[in-house]
Design a protein around this ligand. Structure first.
Ligand SMILES: [Zn+2]
Length: 496
């Protein structure tokens, strides 16, 4: 600008040398002033800019439904150097719908003196929130162990998609139900429900056989038992506990209680009544007059024939409880032919064998009955227990067997006889004739129906019998054989 002014002056000096110096100065001032005005005018119109700056981030990510608060923008007009920038008003254009996923643009604009400035911002509305699954609980619904879960209900709601209940997938595994649902933005929700198993049902006990069972003393008792089925545990029969017991050899009423508990603590109980009726036998026939029942055990043997002759001489009848002495077994027929009674004692007389069990005893008993039958044609039901019904030796082999046998033999039709007069010849026959005689005579006088224990296996015993017969006849007795209707002679059986 200064250069331009100098050039003009020089040219004028050359062209107009006569112009007055003052005039020249005035014109010069006027020109310089005019140029200055023009230059200022030009520069004041073109030398500003409008700047728009974002407040906040260029891109804002917004969760669906979240309120959008526009941080806005700031605009300034920058004037010539040295002047304060001018704050401008900003206009924002564009909308953001927070309930619609998408990308929105907001443009911020400002204007000053014909100049504009703008800046834009991107707002992205996204959905990163998974749906919410809610499980319902119904206290009335329970799941039996081992059974499929009965759904109590559930809902699934997504802030963006709304109700997604229909799209929930269920999976049941190892007592856990897993519910899964995915919204349209791919957000997955999963919740689990631990199934509460409950079993309020007790097992079902079913009696086998009747609820009330009646048996007769001696018939034996075998519990038909009970079965137990449980809705969860299945067959619990093996776990049934029985309270109470039945003594089938003693009349009375017995109650058995069967009880079982399932694995969830439910207990079931059922009862059975067993009535053991007393054994009813026909009334015995009372003999007339004074009677002596002589009985001889453990024969026949070598002295039996002699004994038969002695008895015959006095027309005395006796009873022989016999064993299987094969050498002399043919004498059984002679005994029967002579009008005596034959009763069963034992095949072997081995305590350890015959008292080993009830079955072993009866096996021996029936075998001897059969031998007698084969020898005599008589099926006898008379019997005497080896050792008598009060023996203690059987305890060694089978506890309580005698108290059972005394009932069961009678129920099966046998009539057993013990003795109430002991001759004392049981201990190996080491007894004097006088002692033997006195034992018998004194014993007889104390009993209404004396049943005398003797053994025809000892010579001494057989020889002394004649004295007894003589004494009996002299004292008005008759000697009779036992039969099934004779008055019973039973020891007190040891309840062993
Ligand atoms: Zn004997």
């Amino acid at each position: 600008m200064e250069e331009m002014q100098l050039n003009v002056r020089r040219r004028r000096r050359r062209r107009r040398k006569r112009t007055s110096r003052w005039a020249q100065i005035l014109v010069l001032i006027a020109i310089v002033s005019a140029i200055g005005v023009v230059c200022w005018g030009l520069s004041s119109r073109q030398d500003h800019t409008v700047v728009v700056e974002l407040l906040g981030d260029k891109t804002i990510t917004l969760e669906y439904g979240q309120t959008f608060q526009d941080p806005g923008a700031r605009a300034t007009a920058l004037l010539r150097d040295g002047e304060e920038p001018l704050e401008l008003e900003v206009e924002a254009e564009g909308t953001v719908d927070v309930h619609r996923l998408g990308r929105y643009t907001i443009v911020y604009t400002a204007e000053y003196e014909g100049r504009k400035g703008s800046v834009s911002r991107t707002v992205e509305v996204v959905d990163t929130t998974p749906p919410v699954i809610e499980l319902k609980n119904d206290p009335d619904i329970y799941t039996l162990p081992g059974q499929p879960y009965q759904e109590e209900g559930f809902t699934a709601y997504d802030q963006c998609d709304g109700d997604l209940t229909d799209r929930v997938e269920r999976q049941e595994l190892d007592g856990v139900v897993t519910y899964t649902v995915t919204d349209s933005s791919g957000n997955r929700a999963q919740v689990e429900r631990a199934i509460e198993y409950k079993d309020p049902r007790p097992p079902v006990l079913t009696l086998l056989g009747e609820e009330k069972i009646q048996i007769t003393e001696g018939a034996g008792w075998s519990d038909p038992g009970c079965t137990a089925m449980d809705n969860v545990d299945g067959d619990l029969t093996a776990k049934i506990q029985v309270q109470g017991s039945v003594n089938a050899y003693k009349s009375g009423t017995y109650v058995l209680t069967y009880q079982v508990t399932d694995s969830y603590g439910n207990t079931a109980q059922v009862q059975r009544t067993v009535v053991v009726e007393p054994l009813e036998l026909p009334d015995p026939v009372e003999p007339e007059g004074k009677v002596i029942y002589l009985t001889f055990d453990d024969g026949p043997r070598e002295h039996t024939e002699k004994l038969l002759q002695i008895l015959d001489k006095y027309q005395a009848k006796a009873t022989f409880f016999v064993v299987n002495n094969e050498k002399y077994i043919h004498l059984l027929d002679d005994i029967v032919q002579a009008g005596h009674s034959v009763g069963i004692h034992s095949v072997t007389h081995q305590y350890s064998q015959i008292y080993a069990s009830d079955e072993a005893f009866f096996e021996d008993l029936y075998a001897m009955q059969q031998i007698i039958y084969e020898q005599t044609g008589v099926k006898t039901w008379l019997m005497r227990f080896p050792g008598g019904s009060s023996n203690r030796v059987s305890m060694k082999y089978n506890q309580g067997i005698m108290s059972r046998l005394v009932k069961s033999v009678q129920l099966k039709g046998f009539r057993y006889f013990d003795w109430n007069v002991d001759s004392g010849d049981g201990g190996g026959g080491n007894i004097s004739s006088d002692e033997f005689f006195n034992n018998v005579i004194q014993g007889i006088q104390k009993k209404k129906y004396p049943v005398v224990l003797m053994h025809d296996i000892w010579a001494n015993s057989v020889d002394t019998v004649e004295r007894i017969l003589q004494w009996g006849v002299a004292n008005g007795y008759t000697f009779q054989a036992l039969d099934e209707n004779s008055p019973p002679c039973h020891h007190n059986t040891i309840a062993n």
